[in-house]
Design a protein around this ligand. Structure first.
Ligand code: PMP
Length: 361
C-alpha cells in the first residue's frame, strides 16, 4: 500500500509543466566559478548584514504584512507613491501575482522568445497560454511582431529589458512607441531586472512611464544590482487600481522579516551599489572586447551577462567549461549565458572560449 499511487488528479496543464531549471551550483570543497545564475560575485554589504542580524531576535513575530517601511522607501527612491508598489518573494513571485490577477483559462500572454525561462512556466501556472514571438538575429525583441501577435484573447505582453539571456535592452522611445500601439486593456509588463547595468543611449525608465500609461507594470528586483538573490525580494510599480489586484493575489506575509530589513538597508547604500555595478559593467566591457578579439560575435550585452550563440554545441561548451571549473548556463540547442563574476573566473571563461574556437578552427 505504501507505494500505491495517489488518486488525486493534478490539473493537466500543471502536470505537463517542465520544471524550471536553475543555474548549476558548485560542489563544496572545489574551487568553481559560478557564472550560471546572473548573480553578482560580491558578499552582501556590511549595512545589510547588520540589518539582518538586528532582525534575528524578532523572528518569533510575523513580518509587517504590508511591508510598509520597504514600500515607503521604494516610493521615495523612485519618486512615486507607495500605493503603486507591490513587493514579493523575488520578482518571479510578483510576476506570478500579476498574471494571476489578470489571466483566466484560455487567455494569451505574448512574450519574446528566447527570453526569461520563468515566463512561460508562470503563464501556464496562471492558466493562460504563452505566445512566443522570436527575438531577431541580434537577440532583440521584435516589437512589431509582438504587437501583431496581440489578439482578443491577449491579456498581457511581457517585455524583458535587458533581455535574459540574449542581452540587448530596449530604449525608452521603443517602449513608449510600443505602448502607444497596445490596446489599453492589455497589460504590458516591463521586466527591468537588469536595468542598473544598462549603458546605452535612451535607457528605459519604466517607472516614469507608469504616469503616462495605465496598463503598464514595471518589475524590479534586489537580486541583481543589489546582490541579494538569496534574500528574495522583488517589486512591481503600477497604477493603484492594478496594484490593489496584485496585492490581493499575493500570498499573505510573502516577504519575510529578514528580506524586508535587508532590502531597506540595501536601498540606503546607493553609492556602494553603484560602485559595484560599475565594477560589473567594467568587467562586461573587458570580457566583451576580449571575446570580439577572439572572433566571437555576441549580441549587445546590457545586463550582467553575455550570450554565446552556440546552437547545437551549447551543452558541449558548458560541459567543457565545467570540466575546467566554470559553471555557465546552457540552453540546449541554442546557446550559453555567462554571468560576469570575479575577474579570475571571467579570465578562466575567456581562456575556455579561446580554446573552444582554436580546437574547432
Ligand atoms: N526577471 C529576469 C529577466 C530575470 O532574469 C530574473 C532572474 N534570473 C528575474 C526576473 C527573477 O529575479 P528574482 O530573483 O527577483 O525572482
Amino acid at each position: 500500500m505504501a507505494n500505491a499511487r495517489t488518486s488525486v488528479i493534478l490539473r493537466p496543464d500543471i502536470d505537463a509543466l517542465p520544471a524550471y531549471v536553475p543555474g548549476e551550483r558548485g560542489t563544496r570543497g572545489r574551487q568553481v566559478y559560478k557564472l550560471s545564475s546572473n548573480e553578482v560575485p560580491f558578499p552582501i554589504l556590511p549595512a545589510v548584514a547588520a540589518a539582518l542580524s538586528d532582525v534575528g531576535p524578532d523572528l518569533n513575530r510575523y513580518p509587517d504584512m504590508h511591508a510598509t517601511q520597504l514600500v515607503e522607501a521604494l516610493a521615495a527612491h523612485h519618486g512615486t507613491k507607495p500605493e503603486r508598489i507591490t513587493v514579493g518573494n523575488g520578482s518571479v513571485a510578483v510576476l506570478a501575482h500579476v498574471l494571476t490577477a489578470v489571466c483566466e483559462p484560455g487567455d494569451e500572454v505574448v512574450m519574446a522568445w528566447r527570453s526569461f525561462e520563468a515566463y512561460p512556466i508562470a503563464v501556464q501556472v496562471a492558466g493562460a497560454r504563452a505566445v512566443q514571438v522570436p527575438v531577431d538575429d541580434a537577440g532583440r525583441h521584435d516589437l512589431d511582431a509582438m504587437a501583431a501577435a496581440i489578439t482578443d484573447r491577449t491579456r498581457a505582453v511581457l517585455l524583458c529589458s535587458p533581455n535574459n539571456p540574449t542581452g540587448p535592452a530596449l530604449t525608452q522611445s521603443e517602449v513608449r512607441r510600443f505602448l502607444g500601439t497596445v490596446p489599453p486593456g492589455v497589460l504590458v509588463l516591463l521586466d527591468e531586472a537588469y536595468l542598473e547595468f544598462v549603458r546605452q543611449d535612451d535607457p528605459t525608465d519604466g517607472v516614469a512611464l507608469v504616469d503616462e500609461h495605465k496598463n503598464l507594470v514595471v518589475l524590479r528586483t534586489f537580486s541583481k544590482a543589489y546582490g541579494l538573490a538569496g534574500l528574495r525580494v522583488g517589486y512591481a510599480v503600477a497604477r493603484r487600481r492594478l496594484t490593489t489586484g496584485f496585492r490581493a493575489a499575493a500570498t499573505p506575509f510573502g516577504v519575510n522579516s529578514m528580506a524586508l530589513a535587508g532590502a531597506v538597508a540595501a536601498l540606503n547604500c546607493q553609492d556602494q551599489v553603484r560602485d559595484r555595478v560599475e565594477q560589473v559593467v567594467a568587467e562586461r566591457t573587458r570580457v566583451t572586447a576580449a571575446l570580439a578579439e577572439q572572433g566571437w560575435q555576441i549580441p549587445d550585452p546590457q545586463g550582467n551577462f553575455v550570450w554565446l550563440d552556440l546552437g547545437r554545441r551549447a551543452t558541449a561548451f558548458a560541459d567543457a567549461a565545467r570540466a575546467r571549473g566554470v559553471l555557465v548556463r546552457a540552453f540546449a540547442g541554442e546557446g550559453v549565458r555567462v554571468s560576469m563574476g570575479e575577474r579570475e573566473g571571467n579570465d578562466l571563461f575567456l581562456d575556455i572560449a579561446a580554446d573552444w574556437l582554436r580546437d574547432r578552427a
